[in-house]
Design a binder for this molecule. Structure first.
Ligand SMILES: Nc1ncnc2c1ncn2[C@@H]1O[C@H](COP(=O)(O)OP(=O)(O)OP(=O)(O)O)[C@@H](O)[C@H]1O
Ligand SMILES: [Mg+2]
Length: 231
């Protein structure tokens, strides 16, 4: 019987790339629903690899990845695509917005791809744009926005399908200090509403302001897992 409060269960996971050393090695990690976890570690330690496995973007070489009772590592192509559309939301350092679409359409797109009825998708999008304080930008194109505004749009897009898990890889890496602090506050707020968040960062201060737990990776292995140091 699965403990209902466990959302993520990573068991003995290894990820090896053909042309390099291990990306991850013997990683075991459990994340409860509603937690906010920072993944810290030096460049090349496996942080993005771990996130990509959780996102179903990649498969482990060994071990299992279970999210919300679903064996993500064992999904077929269609199941994996569906999982990525509905169960996880991803935010990246460089936003990855579609420049030819307005803010509104960028946020709507994943809901449309998931087959959400138009009215429902519109309502959800409007709710998120308000919550993230970018409602007045709904008709704007991403190219016109500041980095902080773009990241708000990317966060709205990641949340539109109400994913169980929000994954963020260096979401403040391309932002100045003030915009980064804004995004941090937003992520904390989103987590305080019950959203489970996994945040990859180099930034101890960001981890401290957003997360309650910090997992450290070195050379593809977890070297510490503890309450985030508060500043
Ligand atoms: N697609 C790939 N093909 C081959 N090797 C890869 C691939 N992706 C990652 N790696 C290797 O796996 C290891 C972990 O990479 P990963 O991107 O997870 O590190 P990271 O902790 O996210 O680093 P950074 O902080 O620089 O983003 C590195 O040695 C990297 O070179
Ligand atoms: Mg990375």
């Amino acid at each position: 019987m699965i403990n209902p409060t466990v959302l993520v269960e990573i068991r003995d996971v290894a990820k090896r790339y053909d042309d390099s050393g291990a990306g991850l090695d013997s990683v075991t990690l459990t994340i409860r629903s509603g937690e906010s976890v920072a993944v810290l570690g030096p460049s090349g330690s496996g942080k993005s690899t771990l996130l990509n496995l959780l996102a179903g973007l990649d498969r482990p070489t060994a071990g299992t990845v279970t999210v919300g009772g679903v064996r993500v590592d064992a999904l077929g192509e269609a199941g994996s695509a569906r999982y990525r559309r509905t169960a996880v939301g991803m935010v990246f350092q460089f936003f990855n917005l579609l420049d030819d679409l307005t803010v509104l359409d960028n946020v709507l797109l994943p809901a449309q791809l998931a087959g959400t009825p138009r009215g429902q998708a519109n309502d959800r999008t409007t709710e998120l744009l308000r919550q993230l304080n970018i409602d007045d930008l709904r008709g704007a194109y991403p190219g016109r926005l500041s980095g902080g505004e773009r990241q708000r749009v990317a966060i709205a897009r990641a949340l539109v399908n109400r994913p169980a898990l929000l994954l963020a890889d260096e979401p403040t890496g391309a932002l100045d200090t003030a915009a980064g602090a804004d995004v941090a506050e937003l992520l904390r707020d989103i987590n305080s509403r019950g959203q489970t968040v996994v945040l990859v960062t180099h930034d101890l201060a960001l981890a401290g302001s957003v997360t309650g737990r910090t997992v450290e990776l070195v050379d593809g292995r977890i070297t510490s897992d503890a309450a985030t140091a508060t500043r």
